[in-house]
Design a protein around this ligand. Sequence first.
Ligand code: NAD
Length: 331
Amino acid sequence: MANTERVLVTGAGGFIGHHLTKYLVDRGYWVRGVDIQEPEYEASAAHEFELLDLRRFDNALMATRGVDHVYSLAADMGGIGFIESNKGPIMRNNTYISLNTLEAARVNKASRLLYTSSACIYPGYLQKDENVTPLKESDAYPADAEDGYGWEKLYTERMCRHYTEDFGLDTRVVRFHNIFGPLGTYEGGREKSPAAMCRKIAMASDGGTIEVWGDGHQTRSYCYIDDCVEGIYRLMMSDFREPINLGQDRMISVNELVDIVANIAGKRIERTHNLTAPQGVRGRNSDNTLLREVLNWEPQISLEEGLGRTYRWIYAQLGDRVSQTAELAAA
Ligand code: NAD
C-alpha cells in the first residue's frame, strides 16, 4: 500500500517510536525518524534517521522540514522511580521538546500533529484507592496531574488544542496507559514495572525471591505495544481532536503481574516488599468507552500473550546473566 504523506516520528530511537516507525514504513509511508540517540536494540526502519536534540528550536525546524504528519513522541521519560526523582530536568526538557515540535510543525506547515500524552495527567485525588474507577477523559479536570512529568503533558495537551484553534494545525492527543513489549527499556533505572518484573523473574532461580516496590496491591492496566501503534495510527487517521485514552481496561495488582510473569517463566517466585520505594498512584485504569466509540476498535492482545512475548525477549537479551537453574517454560 503506498501512502503519499511524508511522516516525521520524533523519539524514533525510543521504544514506542521505534515500533511506530516500522509500522508506518510497512504501510508505505516515507518516514523520517528523529531522536537524540540511535535505537538501542536494532536499526531504525526509517528512510532517514537524524540525530537531533529537539530542545533546540533550530533542530526542531530541521526535523519538521517537508513533512505532512508529525508523530510527537520524543520525551525525557522513564518509570515511576525515574520521573519522581527528576522532576526539574523532565519538565524543562519536555517543555522545550513539545513546544519546539509544535511550533516548528506550524512554521513548516505540517498538516497534522499527534502528541503522546499520558495517564499521568489524571488527578491524584481520583487514584487513591486500588479499586479505582476507570479514568475517563473528562476526569482530567479539575487538574491535579502527576507532579513534574504529568503537568508538562497536560500543558502540552492544551497547547495542542490552541494550536488547532488559533493556528489551524490539526492535532490529535493520545493518553497512553502503561505500554510494554519487546525492545522496551528493561534495566538501568528508566524501565517500567512489566519490563522490571520480567527482568527480575528471568534472573531469579526457581523458588528465588524478587523485590517488589510497595505492598504489591497497587493496581494498573497494561497495554501491549502492537495495540499501541495500531491505536496511534487509527487516531491520527480519525478526525477526533480531543484527548483520548489508549490502554487496556483490565486492571490488575502488581502482585498479580508478578504471578502472571512467574507463570510464564515456569518458576515459583517469593517476594519481598520495599515499602519506601516510589509507587505512584494507588490505583489506575483506563475507561475505554470513548476509544471504542471514536475508533470503533480497542486493544486486542491479552496481557498473558503480550507478557509472554516480552518475557521471552528480555530473557534472550539477558543471555548469560539469566540463572542457569531456570528453564524457559514458555518457549
Ligand atoms: P522512550 O524513552 O523509549 O522514548 C522517548 C525517546 O525520546 C527516547 O529515545 C529519547 O532519546 C528521545 N528524546 C529524549 N529527549 C530528546 C530530545 N531532547 N530530542 C530528541 N529526542 C529526545 O519512551 P516511550 O515509552 O517510547 O514513550 C514515547 C512517548 O510516549 C513519550 O512522549 C512518553 O512520555 C509517552 N508515554 C509513554 C508511556 C509508556 O508506557 N511507555 C506512557 C505514557 C506516555
